[in-house]
Structures are given as structure tokens and as C-alpha cells.
Design a protein around this ligand. Structure first.
Ligand SMILES: Cc1cc2nc3c(=O)[nH]c(=O)nc-3n(C[C@H](O)[C@H](O)[C@H](O)COP(=O)(O)OP(=O)(O)OC[C@H]3O[C@@H](n4cnc5c(N)ncnc54)[C@H](O)[C@@H]3O)c2cc1C
Length: 395
């Protein structure tokens, strides 16, 4: 039987494992944590990501767990519009937001016969042109026809096959939180509406997750500030956030007031520079592939990382579903890289432009930013929101 080992039990790894197992592969997931668990945050699923998920698992219930994302426009901290909300153009699925625990649950439910080994930290990866790739934690060594690196930005798998790609700081820190439904502040006629606000080096995005009928509900927010990750305890970081965002239009202050230190997920934002030269590396009768952040970690400004991971998996599945180990599988490994690298490189480039927008500080830079936004935003939105112009799931 064809065998695959997936290193990493995050969204990319779980999606890969389920997709390969449903295609008849025997799959083992190796996860270093003691259990597979979602961080208590949320994710925007852009139409491309939703399409990928639908194509991977049509029974996944994706629309049931995700709430349509209203276009709340972009405002300045004083509430003035930089980009007014506009109606979405184009057909196809709407962007939606979902609690990560709901996404993980759906991915786990689709795993089928996959074996999950938790507490297994992959430390040594060996590949050679004539031998099957192996992975070891120093005690146990496992070999497989296909080794999938889904182990995130600090990927050990990537370090073995593409050491040129290094994780570096992006110059930002981010804080995420989900406020459960019963604690959401009621504003604006009883509702708490979302949207995006850009200040000088600061950004705040609020996204309603719907009522309890759609997944876990509540409101998700993500704040970004130029600078490094903060070393303080969560309560101190929350106090800092309240100070930095003081005076911003509502619901920013109300959401920060409703947030508890234990809701807060702080992190330094990092990215890969350069990207790996390839995402697929033939070895023996198969090879090694990189998916998700292991392949193309980037700042979260466009909220695309998980969606790109699901596209990776849908592409990989379409290439390897029906092939046997041998020349056909090594060719599929190479094709995967050829198909995915250009697409992700384009999104990384768009992200860098958005980094400059978020980082703008000082009167002149802010004026230039506000003028540029009016041109850039519609194009960016169009790219993200109009699926026909974008990525489609391979057959
Ligand atoms: C603030 C913020 C907001 C975001 N918003 C969005 C959004 O709205 N939409 C979107 O699409 N994306 C978004 N993203 C990006 C998205 O979160 C990531 O792209 C996605 O989580 C990557 O998933 P992954 O499975 O590739 O990696 P990870 O989630 O990092 O998972 C890697 C897994 O591998 C395990 N692991 C690591 N090393 C080893 C090892 N050596 N051995 C065994 N196991 C190992 C880890 O424990 C982990 O479980 C956001 C990111 C941030 C920071």
C-alpha cells in the first residue's frame, strides 16, 4: 500500500492527511505536541480556500461552521472612511470567517483511518535519490513513499531539503482574540459590526463570527503593531493594547475592554525569506513535499496563509491520488512544486505591498498611504473575492 508520513498536525497537516487517506494512502501524522488542538482564534476563509476545502471534502460542512464576512470597509482611527464598504462583485462562494476550533474539528472528522502519533518531534529527516525518505525523533525512524512537511514556519523537513529558506521577523507583532458571544459588546443598534481600521503603524480588524447557529459564534479581532513581539504577561500586553488603541472609533475600545487576558493570543509576525527554491523534492520512489507555512509562511496582512495551505493540499491530492510509487510519483512531486510556487510567490509579493501600507508612519507616509489605498484596495479585494480570476481546485 502507498504510504505517506505527514509531519505536523496543524491545518495543513490535517487537511493533507485526510485528503491522502480518502484517496487510498496509508497515512501517519507526526505531531510534536501532546495533542492536536487549535489555538483559540479564528480564520478568514477566502473563496479560494473555501473552494479548496469543498473540493477536498465535500461533506466537511464548511458552510455550516463559517459565517459570511461582511465587507466593513477600511477606516481611520477617527472613523473616517479610507475605503467605504462596497458590495461584493463576482459569483462563487463569499468569504467567510470561522472559529479555528470548528475548522480543526471538521478536519479531524475527515481523517478516516489516519494514524496520529502525538508527542513525536521530528528531528532528523533523511532523503536520497535512491532511498525512501525517512523521519526520526531520535528513538523511532519511519520511512514512507511520500514525506509531507506540514510542520509550520520552523519546519524541520524544510530545513533538510531547502535550507536556503529562513524564518525572519517581519517587523510586526500581532494579537488575536475571540470574544465569546455572551461577552460581545452590543453597539450600533444592538449589533457589534466588524471592519478594518488603519492607524500610524497600527491596524485593528474585527470580524463577527455569527451567532451560535454558525459554529461557536462571537467576535474575532486581530490587532497588529509595528515592532517586535512583547515579552510581558498577557494582562500587561492587553493594558498596552488598550492604551495604543485608545480613542479609536468603536467597536475597537469596546472589544478590547471585553477581552480577557486569557483570550489573548500574542505573537511576533515572521515570514520565510527567501521562499524555498522548490516545494517538491523527488526521493526514492516518491519524495518530499512542503505544504502550508512550512513552504510559504508570510505575514497575516492578507489573511491567506491557511487558504494557500488548503490550495496546496487540493493540488497535491489531485496529483498523487491515483499514482503508484515510482516514476509517476516522483513526477507528481515535481509537478506539485511547479504548480504551487508561482501562485504563492504572487501572494507573497502582494503581502509585501500590504506590509508597507500597515507600516506607514509619519504625516507624508500616511498621506501617500491613504491615496494609494483607494487604488490598491479595490484591486486587492477583487483578487481575493472574485474566484474566477483566481485559483480553482484542480480536477
Ligand atoms: C495573526 C494571524 C492571522 C491570520 N489570519 C489568517 C486568515 O484570516 N486566513 C488565513 O487563511 N490564514 C491566516 N493566517 C495564517 C494561518 O494561521 C497559517 O498560515 C496556518 O495556521 C498555517 O498552518 P500550518 O498547518 O501550515 O502550520 P502550523 O499551524 O504552524 O502547524 C504546524 C504544526 O506542526 C507541528 N510541528 C512543528 N514542528 C514539528 C516537528 N518537528 N515535529 C512534529 N510536529 C511539528 C506544530 O506543533 C503544529 O501543530 C493568520 C496568521 C496569523 C499569525
Amino acid at each position: 500500500m502507498r504510504t505517506a508520513v505527514v509531519v505536523g498536525g496543524g491545518m495543513a497537516g490535517l487537511a493533507t492527511a485526510g485528503a491522502l487517506s480518502r484517496s487510498g494512502w496509508r497515512v501517519t501524522v507526526l505531531e510534536r505536541a501532546e495533542r492536536v488542538a487549535a489555538p483559540p482564534t479564528a480564520v478568514v476563509l477566502w473563496p479560494t480556500g473555501l473552494r479548496a476545502l469543498q473540493s477536498l471534502d465535500p461533506d466537511g460542512g464548511w458552510t455550516a461552521i463559517a459565517s459570511p464576512l461582511p465587507d466593513g470597509g477600511v477606516r481611520r482611527p477617527d472613523g473616517q472612511w479610507l475605503v467605504a464598504p462596497r458590495a461584493r462583485s463576482g459569483a462563487g462562494p463569499s468569504p467567510a470567517a470561522a472559529h479555528l476550533e470548528d475548522v480543526y474539528d471538521a478536519l479531524v472528522a475527515g481523517l478516516g483511518d489516519v494514524e496520529i502519533r502525538t508527542g513525536f518531534e521530528a528531528t532528523t529527516i533523511r532523503t536520497g535519490l535512491r532511498t525512501r525518505p525517512t523521519v526520526s525523533d531520535g528513538r523511532t525512524t519511519i520511512e514512507a513513499d511520500l514525506l509531507v512537511g506540514a510542520d509550520g514556519i520552523d519546519s524541520r523537513v524544510r530545513a533538510a531539503v531547502a535550507p536556503e529558506a529562513v524564518a525572519v521577523g517581519s517587523g510586526f507583532a500581532a494579537w488575536q482574540a475571540v470574544i465569546p458571544g455572551f461577552r460581545v459588546p452590543r453597539l450600533d443598534g444592538g449589533r457589534c459590526v466588524g471592519g478594518e481600521t488603519l492607524g500610524a503603524g497600527y491596524r485593528f480588524v474585527a470580524i463577527p463570527l455569527g451567532d451560535h447557529a454558525a459554529g461557536r459564534g462571537g467576535v474575532y479581532w486581530v490587532a497588529t503593531a509595528a515592532g517586535a513581539a512583547r515579552p510581558e504577561a498577557p494582562a500587561t500586553q492587553l493594558a498596552l493594547l488598550r492604551r495604543w488603541f485608545a480613542g479609536w472609533h468603536e467597536p475597537v475600545g469596546a472589544l478590547l475592554d471585553a477581552t480577557r487576558p486569557e483570550d489573548l493570543v500574542p505573537q511576533g509576525v515572521r515570514e520565510l525569506r527567501p521562499l524555498p527554491r522548490a516545494y517538491g523534492f523527488p526521493a526514492g520512489p516518491g519524495g518530499v513535499v512542503l505544504v502550508g507555512d512550512a513552504a510559504h509562511a508570510m505575514p497575516h496582512h492578507l489573511g491567506q496563509g491557511a487558504c494557500l495551505a488548503f490550495e496546496d493540499v487540493a493540488t497535491l491530492r489531485s496529483l498523487v491520488a491515483d499514482v503508484e510509487p515510482g516514476p509517476a510519483l516522483t513526477a507528481a512531486v515535481e509537478s506539485y512544486s511547479r504548480l504551487r510556487r508561482p501562485r504563492t510567490t504572487t501572494v507573497v509579493r502582494q503581502n509585501r505591498r500590504m506590509s508597507a501600507v500597515v507600516q506607514a508612519r509619519g504625516r507624508l507616509a500616511l498621506r501617500a498611504r491613504d491615496a494609494a489605498l483607494n487604488h490598491m484596495r479595490p484591486r486587492m479585494l477583487a483578487r481575493s473575492l472574485d474566484p474566477p480570476a483566481d485559483w480553482t481546485a484542480p480536477e
